[in-house]
Design a protein around this ligand. Structure first.
Ligand SMILES: Cc1cc2nc3c(=O)[nH]c(=O)nc-3n(C[C@H](O)[C@H](O)[C@H](O)COP(=O)(O)OP(=O)(O)OC[C@H]3O[C@@H](n4cnc5c(N)ncnc54)[C@H](O)[C@@H]3O)c2cc1C
Length: 524
């Protein structure tokens, strides 16, 4: 099947949906998602969304907090744009119907998270993402100009390469003409021709064994753009959230939001002693990289599998009222957070790097935009400030929509694009190899490319990944396509990009910490 649309949107999280709602006034929109519309990382966001609302907070304070967290690698212009546009983007969310918690006096009930110097995180209890996702999905379903294709997998973006023209990373002018889309039920691949395309495919946490990210977070967009010879940046900066619930029974790690530490939760080791005072004067509210490394060190010193978050001293009713999801989740595995300490471990949480874009979300490939966790705008630098990511998605999806609406006016469809060539592919009888290779990949990344890295560990990871890459490419080239083999291939691509970027960074900075280039972290 061939389809023509003005605006193709790959991904249905906050980045894809807000962009789609904006461009839909100007042409035909198609949103594609590989799962159901609400199966996104957005739905999991707990803490909230950072934005400046009242004094004593100010844009300048939020800007400085973001720059400090980013450890010298933020693009200051992008930071200023994002934060100065935060107020308008929040107003827009409210106009769409999203409800943020308020105090009895009618003001927003702002939370404070690690690295923030003021209370500025707007939230909807501890399920902000679900409130945002569900409200946006409602708007999308009723929009007459938006077509939604669920459970279809974008395999590759279409460029000159598919016309038989050779492109490489030095090619100045690569153009995106749309994307190839796999229907997993029929195994048929559709050709979607689009005037402009937005990649909003989210992060890549699934490249590690332990992650707070949902199963959809397999870095597909990053890998697609890398294969199309687009620019990818900052992949060494994978953020570990310091406090995921320790529950070996579950593959997907449940997040214990930073807001709980902001609310007064204390980190303690297995001896029941607080330890953050040894690492940073901001204690449990130091930036995430510092807290994650501190926990990693405590675990190594004591030989433990987890540390504790202690909330037992906090007012019971307020605790349950502010954090109902966490309370219910912990209770479901026998932990009453008002009486028991919560076992926690660091888990991979956020992909700071990704598809390099400019201030209008434009990638290095013409007519191709990226927004949300798959992109690298320069906002986060070497470390993301908590709750800045939903904000980044809003700001850059808006900016990309403004540019794409103008760009689409002057583009004709390229009718010379061939359909997907499935010749020579046979049913793959060894699906188990995909599962085993995925486990191997995740184990390599967790063992050798984790919170603390070294030249030796990175070299080991690189060598092992090379073998997996060769094996998987051979399997991919002869197999009938399935989302699982495509995801494995994409995750291997992403693993390669992380390792390569980590090897190239000859220093410790932000989330990248190397024993061979240690940085003396002064106590602040
Ligand atoms: C547990 C958790 C808590 C968080 N808490 C916060 C918070 O409090 N504040 C904050 O700012 N951030 C938070 N984050 C981060 C934030 O939620 C994400 O960065 C953000 O939601 C990403 O939005 P997105 O639109 O870029 O991607 P997502 O919401 O992940 O959506 C990606 C979409 O792309 C689709 N997709 C992917 N690959 C393909 C493909 N090949 N073909 C078709 N479709 C595809 C997926 O199906 C999905 O629809 C949290 C993240 C997690 C996991």
């Amino acid at each position: 099947m061939r389809k023509h649309v003005d605006f193709l949107v790959i991904g249905s999280g906050i980045a894809g949906l807000t962009y789609a709602l904006k461009v839909a006034k100007h042409g035909k929109v198609c949103i594609v998602t590989k799962a159901n519309l609400v199966d996104t990382a957005t739905s999991y966001a707990q803490g909230g969304i950072a934005a400046v609302t009242y004094t004593p907070d100010s844009y300048e304070k939020h800007i400085q907090d973001t720059l400090i967290a980013g450890d010298g690698l933020c693009d200051e212009n992008i930071v200023r744009i994002t934060i100065k546009e935060s107020t308008e983007r929040i107003r827009e969310l409210i106009r769409w119907g999203i409800k943020f918690d308020k105090t009895t006096s009618g003001k927003f009930d702002l939370a404070k998270e690690a690295g923030h110097s003021e209370y500025r995180v707007l939230h909807h209890k501890d399920s902000t993402g679900r409130e945002i996702e569900n409200t946006l999905v409602e708007q999308v379903w009723k929009h007459p100009k938006i077509e939604v294709i669920e459970n279809n997998f974008a395999i590759d973006i279409i460029t000159e390469h598919h016309l038989g023209i050779e492109v490489n990373r030095r090619t100045q002018h690569i153009t995106c003409f749309g994307a190839y889309l796999l229907n997993p039920r029929t195994h048929l691949v559709d050709t979607i021709l689009s005037k402009t395309t937005l990649i909003a495919t989210g992060g890549a946490g699934q490249v590690y064994s332990t992650t707070t990210n949902p199963p959809i977070s397999t870095g597909d967009g990053i890998a697609m753009v890398y294969r199309a010879k687009g620019t990818i940046e900052n992949m060494e900066f994978m953020q570990f959230h310091p406090t995921a619930l320790y529950n070996p029974q579950e593959k997907h790690s449940f997040l214990i939001t930073e807001a709980l530490r902001g609310f007064g939760g204390l980190l303690k080791n297995s001896e029941g002693k607080e330890f953050m005072q040894k690492y940073d004067a901001r204690l449990a509210l130091a930036p995430r990289d510092i807290v994650a490394r501190a926990i990693d060190n405590e675990l190594k010193i004591l030989g433990d599998d987890y540390v504790y978050l202690d909330c037992r001293h906090l007012p019971k009713n307020e605790l349950i009222n502010h954090f109902p999801t966490i309370y219910a989740k912990c209770l479901s595995i026998g932990i009453d957070i008002t009486r028991d300490m919560i076992p926690v471990v660091p888990a991979v949480h956020y992909t700071c790097g990704g598809i390099k874009v400019d201030e209008f979300g434009r990638s290095s490939i013409h007519h191709l935009y990226a927004s949300g966790e798959c992109s690298c705008t320069g906002l986060h630098g070497a470390n993301r400030l908590a709750s800045n990511s939903l904000l980044e998605s809003l700001v850059f999806s808006h900016r990309a929509s403004v540019d794409a609406i103008e760009t689409a006016k002057n583009i004709e469809y390229n009718e010379n694009i061939p359909d997907w060539n499935a010749e020579g592919m046979v049913y793959n009888e060894e699906m188990i190899l995909i599962t085993q290779s995925l486990r191997e990949l995740q184990s390599i990344m967790s063992s050798y490319v984790g919170i603390v890295r070294s030249n030796l560990r990175l070299k080991r990871a690189f060598d092992r990944l090379e073998i997996l890459y060769e094996e998987t490419e051979a399997l991919y080239n002869k197999s009938i396509l399935t989302p699982r083999i495509c995801e494995l291939r994409n995750l291997i691509n992403v693993g390669y990009l992380i390792i390569k970027a980590a090897i190239n960074r000859k220093e410790s900075r932000g989330l990248h910490y190397s024993l061979d280039f240690p940085k003396i972290i002064e106590k602040r």
